[in-house]
Ligand binder design. Structure first.
Ligand code: NOJ
Length: 748
């Protein structure tokens, strides 16, 4: 006991010392920054606020660009992908510019640099912080070898609408899962030492509400009431900032009428004051001057004034700051202290990256591009991310002797399997499923049948049907090409494009079991074909190692381990669709649901007894948030709460037993949701609060425990304050958001 006390005293003292040391270091840095700023001309200050780009394909560095660096007119670069240019530009900045302030080089390193991991929505499906962290770490190791020390990731936009192309880049629909991932990404990109030359500063983006674009149309308006903004959309940003994300990118959209890039309340009050952010804010590409098209800024000069005063530190690509700061200062519309404040924020991060001491790319750091351990990690991530949605008669896994017809446009599409935002990933390094089947000498025949996912031609169906007839099982690799999701690539109809449904129906007619493997950037509506296939495996865009990962899953060497990070709709007409919705005054139910075809012709107008649902699509999704099968089954029992009455100072311990009831080892993600039954602002029907991955051998039983603190029950109500309200709560512990054992407790 005495030793334990002594030990904790020692730890506390150590933490105290570290804090004091950090404060002293911070103070020292701030003094250095003050000194630098005092020596800077106005032009040099404006220069620090500029993020300039070259194209990755630039053949020769333009002389003017070099001169701008020499004159201190550039603070940072994006997309300089020739290492010689990185070195040359940095040498000019450090040795030839008046104050020698180093540049920082940035890039969209989103889910891998050369070795590509699954798209972020896939990584979210892993429900595994370690997988997200690993993907970020490998990305940073590889990317930093090219001099990239700042990545425009993680993207933390909560997305409730699968039509939105950028859902592919998002952490999904849930603020808690997104927050767990946010922290993991930041830790992976940065390690605990931003000064490490293999660390990349992360950038939490897009601030804010970008994923709430009306109708899923990219760049569209977001209307988010403030409690929702705080309870849902801001959550992952809070987590990223708490984990040390030093930069934030504003979003293209307006939120409640004010574009994010000119929103002083958001950037100064919420982000800096409330969330204690002390890094710098970068605009999105031209988002400052896009405020003109929004109808918020009259012209470029006005746009600059709004963004500068809002607290947007660095302008990406557009030049409104360059062109207008001087006049704005002269006219008194912007104060020089504000410019100094923005410059200070940027220099602070350059110090944290240790660029003043070590500005140059470490030439001995090769990045281990495509190193076997990187590829192994990418493969493991693809396995963790794959979600098994249906598996009738245990069609998967296949026995080694099964004769397989491998069919479809995504079976051998090395570029497409990498997904969106993979500028640096090279398709020559992709291992496709076809390659994996070939390497493993599996018993199969291959017919592509469609040249790409949008191909409408049914000319090659005959060969596919023949191959199916001569095989035991058909495995169709279908989905979307990479370009059909991502920025500016929203779709109104999210069925399989082209003639893929027809292809599936044609091979299914043979009567052979059909396994559908989907590679896509979003949930794909499969209502038209679900009855034609025995198995559906969602692989997202799995990255470089798609082939070996899927091969192992198909033949049972690994089991698919992903769970849905978004609700999967039956039809895009249901969107937006998300599990943590409100009950309404007329909650939908099986009893009250009326099928369109059951309404008598000529029926009189009626509404009594009816509830919130669609006559044609009902009220349930195709697959709920959190859903995913494995190759074994689990049963939960014995849900226990440590108390049924809780004071606000207490913690609730929740335990549940889980048994592997199948006949092989497997992993389950046990999920804990709460429902606050009555609130001063109505509360969602469920909210995810905890989850745990557990591994169980065949027949094994384990106890899983969770702690819920009062803080977890807080929410922001319409006083805009976080409140903790007494009353009854339901707790659900289950395998997805629409299942689970239930218990109740009261918060006193
Ligand atoms: C626009 C995108 O919205 C953003 O996410 C990205 O980081 C920048 N372009 C830079 O490429």
């Amino acid at each position: 006991m005495k030793t334990a006390k002594l030990y904790s005293f020692f730890i506390l003292a150590l933490i105290g010392c570290i804090n004091t040391l950090n404060a002293q270091l911070d103070e020292k840095t701030e003094t250095k920054i003050t000194e630098i700023i005092s020596k800077m001309t106005l032009d040099q200050k404006i220069g620090q606020l500029a993020l300039r780009g070259t194209s990755s394909r630039t053949k020769v560095l333009p002389e003017q660009l070099k001169q701008d660096v020499r004159d201190g007119k550039v603070g940072a670069f994006l997309n300089v992908m020739k290492t010689d240019y990185v070195d040359e530009l940095q040498t000019i900045a450090v040795k030839e510019s008046a104050l020698g302030i180093p540049l920082v080089f940035s890039r969209d390193v989103i889910h891998g640099f050369k070795t590509i991991f699954p798209i972020p929505l896939g990584l979210a499906a892993s429900w595994d912080a370690e997988t997200a962290k690993t993907s970020a770490r490998v990305s940073a190791i590889e990317g930093s070898s090219f001099g990239v020390r700042w990545t425009f990731a993680p993207m933390l936009d909560i997305a409730r609408d699968s039509r939105w192309g950028r859902i592919a880049e998002s952490p999904g629909e849930d603020p808690y899962l997104a927050s767990v991932l946010a922290k993991a990404y930041v830790e992976g990109f940065q390690t605990d030492n931003l000064a490490d030359q293999t660390a990349m500063a992360s950038c939490a983006k897009h601030f804010i509400g970008y994923g709430a674009a009306i109708g899923g149309r990219d760049y569209n308006t977001a209307i988010i009431h403030e409690p929702l903004l705080r309870n849902v959309y801001l959550k992952p940003f809070e987590a990223a900032i708490e984990a040390g994300a030093p930069t934030v990118m504003t979003s293209f959209n307006e939120v409640n009428g004010v574009p994010a890039s000119g929103n002083k309340w958001l950037l100064s009050d919420v982000l800096r004051k409330e969330m204690n952010f002390n890094g710098f804010v970068v605009s999105d590409w031209d988002s400052v001057i896009e405020m003109i098209a929004h109808g918020y800024a009259a012209d470029e000069k006005h746009a600059a004034e709004l963004a500068l005063n809002a607290g947007l530190d660095m302008e990406m690509t557009s030049k409104s700051y360059d062109n207008h700061v001087k006049a704005l200062l002269k006219e008194g519309k912007v104060k020089e202290e504000q410019i100094d404040f923005l410059v200070r924020n940027i220099l602070r991060i350059k110090f944290q990256l240790n660029l003043f001491e070590k500005p140059y790319r470490l030439k001995s750091h090769t990045g281990n591009l495509y190193a076997p351990e990187h590829l192994a990690k990418a493969k493991a991530a693809a396995i963790k991310s794959s979600v098994l949605l249906k598996n009738e008669n245990n069609t998967l896994p296949l026995a080694a002797t099964t004769k397989v017809a491998v069919i479809g446009p995504l079976a051998d599409a090395p570029r497409e399997q990498l997904g969106t935002w993979t500028f640096d990933g090279e398709k020559e390094h992709s291992v496709t499923p076809l390659q994996a089947f070939t390497d493993a000498k599996a018993s199969f025949t291959f017919v592509k049948a469609l040249t790409h996912s949008r191909d409408q031609s049914e000319k090659k169906f005959e060969a596919a049907v023949k191959a199916a007839e001569q095989s035991d099982v058909v495995v169709v690799f279908a989905g979307e090409e990479a370009i059909l999701s991502g920025e500016a690539h929203s779709r109104a109809n999210i069925d399989l494009p082209g003639a893929q449904e027809a292809l599936i129906k044609a091979v299914a007619k043979t009567g052979k079991p059909v396994v559908l493997v989907i590679m896509a950037g979003r949930p794909i509506t499969i209502t038209n074909i679900i009855d034609d296939v025995d198995t559906v495996l969602m692989a997202w865009h799995p990255g470089t190692m798609a082939g070996p990962a899927l091969y192992d899953i198909i033949y049972g060497k690994s089991e698919p381990q992903g769970r849905l990070p978004v609700t999967w709709p039956k039809t895009s007409g249901q969107l937006p669709l998300f599990y943590n919705h409100k009950n309404t005054g007329r909650p939908s139910s099986v009893e009250s649901f009326v099928q369109m075809d059951d309404i008598p012709v000529g029926a009189w107008q009626s509404s009594l007894g009816n509830t919130t649902h669609y006559l044609d699509a009902g009220f349930t999704p195709h697959f709920p948030f959190g859903y995913g099968l494995g190759y074994t089954t689990f049963a939960l029992s014995n849900l226990k709460l440590s108390k049924t009455e809780l004071t606000k100072a207490e913690t609730l311990e929740v335990t549940v037993s889980i048994k592997n009831t199948g006949d092989r080892a497997g992993e389950e993600v046990v999920q804990l949701y709460i429902q606050d039954k009555v609130g001063s602002l109505t509360r969602p029907v469920r909210e995810l609060k905890r989850f745990k991955r557990v591994k169980l051998n065949k027949g094994e039983t384990k106890t899983v425990s969770f702690s819920i603190a009062a803080k977890d029950l807080e929410f922001v109500n319409n006083t805009m304050k976080s409140v903790l309200e007494s009353g009854e709560f339901n707790i659900y512990v289950g395998q997805h958001s629409a299942s689970g054992l239930m218990a109740t407790f009261t918060l006193k």
